[in-house]
Every structure is written in C-alpha cells, then in structure tokens.
Design a protein around this ligand. Sequence first.
Ligand SMILES: NC(=O)c1ccc[n+]([C@@H]2O[C@H](COP(=O)([O-])OP(=O)(O)OC[C@H]3O[C@@H](n4cnc5c(N)ncnc54)[C@H](O)[C@@H]3O)[C@@H](O)[C@H]2O)c1
Ligand SMILES: [Zn+2]
Length: 349
Amino acid sequence: VAERIAVNAPGGSYDIVIDPGLIVRVAARPADYRLDGHVAVVTNPTLAGIYGDALARHLPHAVVVVMSEGEQYKTLETVAKLYVDFVRVGMDRSSTVVALGGGVVGDTAGFAAATYMRGVRLVQMPTSLLAMVDSSVGGKVGVDLPQGKNLVGAFKQPEVVLIDTDVLRTLPAREWRCGMAEVIKHGLLADETLLDPGILMNPERAPEVVRRAVQVKVDIVQQDPFEQNVRAYLNLGHTFAHAIEQVSGYNWLHGEAVAVGLLAAAKLSQKLGICGRALPSEVEDILAEVGLPSRLGWLDREALWAAMATDKKWKGGRSRFVLLRDVGQLCIVEDVPKADILDTFRSLE
Ligand SMILES: NC(=O)c1ccc[n+]([C@@H]2O[C@H](COP(=O)([O-])OP(=O)(O)OC[C@H]3O[C@@H](n4cnc5c(N)ncnc54)[C@H](O)[C@@H]3O)[C@@H](O)[C@H]2O)c1
Ligand SMILES: [Zn+2]
C-alpha cells in the first residue's frame, strides 16, 4: 500500500511517496511521477548497476549520470563534473535531476540541481535507510569542504520524494544499522513505536518504520524550515556523534557515532536530573538489539571534548546540548560543565 505524506515547504509543497516496489512502478508509468520529460538519473556505480540503468532504460528521455561513490566525493569537484555532464547530455531549465542513492548522492546531486542554470527540478529517490528517513527530507542539499562537512549548501525542495523500501534488501547490513540509529533518534523525538526492536527488526514492517520516521522529521521541519528553533532537536545525540566521528578519524560511521551519541545524551540528561525515568538503559537495550555500538572504546575523552568545543552550533563557545526529559520531550541546555561531559564519557567506556 502506497503512503503519501504531504510536506508544506517554503518553496512550495511536495509529496513523499513510500511504496514497496515503487521503482518498478515508476519505470512502468513515468508520466504518473512526472518523469516522462528529460531526466538525468544521478547515481553512483554500484547503484547504477543495481537500479539506475534499468530505471533510466524505462523512462522515455532519461540518461544515467554517474558520480563517484563515497563521502570523500561529496565535493565541489564532483558538482563541477556533474555540471559538465548535464551540459553534455543536453540538460536545460526544463530538465529534471533524479537523485538515486544514499545521502551522498542526494546532497551532491541535489546541490547540483539547485544551482545548475539557477536551479532545475529535483526528484529525490533515496536508497539508503538514512537517506529515506533523514537526508531526503527537509530540503537541505550541499557538499563538504576539506575544512569540514556540509560547509557549502542550499535549501532545495524536491518535486517529489520517491521511496521504495524494497531497495533496502540490497543495502549493506552496516549501512542499515546506521540508518536505524537515526530512526531510533526519531523515535526518541516523537514516536515510541520506533523504539520497539521487534518492529525495527521486522523487514515486513520496513515501510511502516520508514513512514513513521519520515513523519517525525516532516513534522519538525514544517514547524521550523530554516532551523530557528525546534529543528535543532534533530541534532539529538549529534554533538557527541560529530566529535566521535572526528576523533575516530572517521573510522566510525555516522550512524554508529549517533548511536553512542544518543546514549550519551540520555546519560547526560539523567546526570543533570532532567529525565525522569530509566531512559539510558532503555536506549542501551535498543541499541544492543539493533546491533549498534553503545561504548566509546579507546577514544580519548579530552580529544572528544576538544572536538565538541569546535561544534558550529555552540554559539560563542558556550556548550549547547539537545537533551531529553522523556520520549517526545526535548530541551536545549547550555553551559553544561566540562566535568559532567567527561563523566558522561567515562560512563560510556
Ligand atoms: N541533507 C540532509 O539533511 C542530511 C541529513 C543527514 C545526513 N546527510 C548526509 O547524508 C550522507 C550519508 O548518507 P548515507 O548514510 O546514505 O551514505 P551514502 O550515501 O554514502 O550511502 C552509503 C553506502 O550505501 C550504498 N547504498 C545506498 N543505498 C543502497 C542500496 N539500496 N543498495 C545497496 N547499496 C546502497 C551507497 O552506494 C554507499 O556506498 C552524509 O554525507 C550526510 O552528511 C544529509
Ligand atoms: Zn545524523
């Protein structure tokens, strides 16, 4: 059963369609998805082989444009190559970019679509769990600089987001777990159902899990499209996570760092007397069931603190954490003493 979530965004509204088998239906009836015009399917070599080439063959006027795979290619150089390819394949202002892939393809192709000829239509077709529940929703696109992640970007609302949960069958297990960390985050933000491992681990419930997790993000970005207030709650666990990624030399994947970050946020909330129940142990149990880490291992605590202090969301050097009173009840706490943070790290060794 197809689910449609309507999103009101500043640049106009669009739908998120969640439907197992959608990619096959899109190929069979491109006009229903406004993909019968001139289309560039931007994807990476792996996904071109599994889905992209077949999809493009079925669309009447589509070409595949391949970009390199991996976060290290989420760069302006890749965007520049995409522009050249767009010109080569005859893309004009009435053409459509289809971003078929994980968050790397979505962010990079999305940024190219936002800027090529001052913007062409963008259709997001997220293929990783993370891209389905997080990066394809909310209109942020962009690339990394050598100096830091996501330092260049734009807001670009898609025409439509097409989510085929069947493609998760080919997603590597480690990537699936990483997406689950964001799903659990969305559960903590607003939907207790997403904290039930029995539901998360049941492949038949993937469409429901994705729909619920998407809905949480949609509700938040609709309230705050330009990140002035409640959108900050989406950073739950992420101050810790970014430090963990950095100090691990990016050996930890983002979702793995988010997992420990969520537990750290729960533990800090408890330590500061903010959360009223046994949230940390609840979070720890869920992470264990999904197979996500909940310990810092050898990562150096002082190095983690130093990395957090460079967080771009810490205005004027004051620490700033999204913390939990309870599931669905978030708050922002500033000026948390360093000692409490180091204690939190210690409890995660
Ligand atoms: N724009 C936003 O609001 C936002 C939000 C969160 C994250 N992001 C960005 O998203 C990126 C991470 O995205 P990601 O976790 O999807 O990583 P990714 O795009 O690198 O994908 C992970 C890996 O899985 C592969 N893959 C994806 N779908 C597959 C499938 N169905 N079958 C087989 N292989 C598949 C990809 O080819 C890749 O190798 C980061 O760059 C992050 O900054 C953006
Ligand atoms: Zn994240």
